[in-house]
Design a protein around this ligand. Structure first.
Ligand SMILES: Cc1ncc(COP(=O)(O)O)c(C=O)c1O
Length: 408
């Protein structure tokens, strides 16, 4: 396959052609969902054109669907750094799968058991665990943020005790782009015998996930953040899911990845997930899919950092603007949140939106982050996210628009 370079890839995304008032739309809202390339659109359409059926039947279309699910599981396993597709469950969203998992785990726990969550996390990785406090009497502890928005790892160490059953922690903050130290989290959870659950939703489009190397018990991500359709993905350490009392029907698969999947899956979208992973791999080179993905993420990361840096350099020079999160010398996602004492993020986003520059304002469901940083009362943050199809000229347009909004 000929390798794709980030600079050539824009033609793969039909939606990038859309214009607003004579200018191309700048999709800088990737953390809320990426645009979708042609091979993914084609893979989804192909299912409806040729193979639209249900699984486990004794006729050709059903066998097609069985094959597409098996291939998608195997491809996603490689994407996650897992050995086998049997560790990969699909669902409508990360949030839905996480609630299913928390209910199943919670049936083993009660008063005296503890779960640790963080203030850096999206509500999708907090609410399912907080719910266990109400329903099962589990104690939920929260790891605080340091004043600069990074996760306070000393606090993490204090919150983990012999009573901790699980740490639910993000691999990358969808608000500030911070990337907490997972290796340290694993060492600390292993020392107290707790599970480690990682929310990799925001990490997945930017870096290679490695569930085996990280030694995680559970990991969740969502394909619509990495150029695929709206499908949630749950990885469970081999054998672990079979021990959990999941919500399920007596008529469905009782073992393996199906044990936690509720109802008929969106097979066309699942086919698109496989195509999205193959699409990412097309930016890399190597002897097999995993090597291609590792090389692809190096190249994609380099491009995204270059584009994000050009925005940070310009916007940080504007008087009064605070750029949150560490510099790129530290591992971080190319997701840049800013605030200004005199203008709300909503005002800035509205000005950008009028020019066809799509950026979000507010808390992005990571509301504990904006609350902890004292920003919730001021309308939160203005967030721009940079993906493989974004360009330096889009980053410049955004910085110019922010400057104009602040002068207006
Ligand atoms: C970091 C993070 N975690 C979880 C979620 C929730 O994912 P889903 O929409 O698939 O439930 C999101 C969505 O924005 C996210 O950014």
């Amino acid at each position: 396959m000929t390798e794709r370079t980030p600079d050539q890839c824009r033609a793969d995304f039909p939606s990038l052609e859309r214009q607003h008032r004579g200018q191309p739309i700048a999709y800088l809202d990737g953390p809320a969902g990426s645009q979708v390339p042609e091979p993914v659109i084609e893979a989804v359409s192909a299912v409806y054109r040729h193979s639209n059926g249900n699984t486990h039947g004794c006729f050709p279309v059903s066998r097609d669907v069985d094959d597409l699910v098996a291939h998608a599981r195997a491809t996603v396993a490689t994407f996650l750094g897992a050995d086998s597709g049997a560790t990969v469950s699909f669902g409508p969203s990360m949030t839905g799968l996480n609630f299913s998992l928390s209910r199943a785990l919670g049936r083993q726990w009660g008063p005296g058991d503890e779960v640790v969550i963080t203030a850096a996390d999206h509500e999708g990785n907090r609410a399912p665990w907080l719910r266990l406090a109400e329903e099962r009497g589990v104690t939920v502890r929260e790891v605080a943020l340091a004043p600069d928005g990074t996760l306070d790892l000393e606090d993490l160490e204090e919150k983990l005790t012999e009573r901790t059953r699980l740490l639910a922690m993000t691999a990358a903050s969808n608000a500030l782009g911070i990337v907490p130290d997972l290796a340290r989290a694993r060492r600390l959870t292993a020392a107290v015998g707790a599970y480690l659950l990682v929310d990799a939703v925001h990490y997945a489009p930017h870096f290679a996930i490695d569930v085996a190397g990280w030694d995680v018990d559970f990991l969740l991500c969502s394909a619509y953040k990495f150029y695929g359709p709206h499908v949630g993905i749950l990885y469970c350490r081999p054998g672990l899911l079979d021990q959990l009392d999941t919500d399920r029907l007596r008529t469905q698969g009782q073992t393996g990845p199906e044990r936690i999947q509720l109802g008929t899956q969106n097979f066309a979208a699942i086919s698109g997930v496989r195509a999205a992973v193959d699409y990412i791999a097309s930016f890399g080179e190597g002897a097999d899919l995993r090597s291609e993905l590792l090389s692809a993420f190096e190249r994609i990361g380099e491009h995204e950092r270059r584009v994000a840096t050009s925005y940070v350099d310009r916007v940080a020079a504007i008087s009064g603007v605070k750029v949150w999160g560490p510099a790129f010398e530290t591992p971080r996602a190319p997701t840049i949140a800013i605030s200004h004492p005199a203008r709300s993020a909503a005002e800035l986003a509205a000005h950008c939106g009028q020019q066809g520059i799509q950026v979000w304002d507010g808390h992005f469901y990571a509301i504990r982050t904006t609350e902890s940083l004292g920003l919730e009362g001021q309308g939160g943050l203005l967030r721009a996210g940079f993906l493989v199809y974004n360009t330096v000229s889009e980053a410049e347009r955004l910085a110019t628009a922010v400057g104009e909004a602040l002068r207006a």
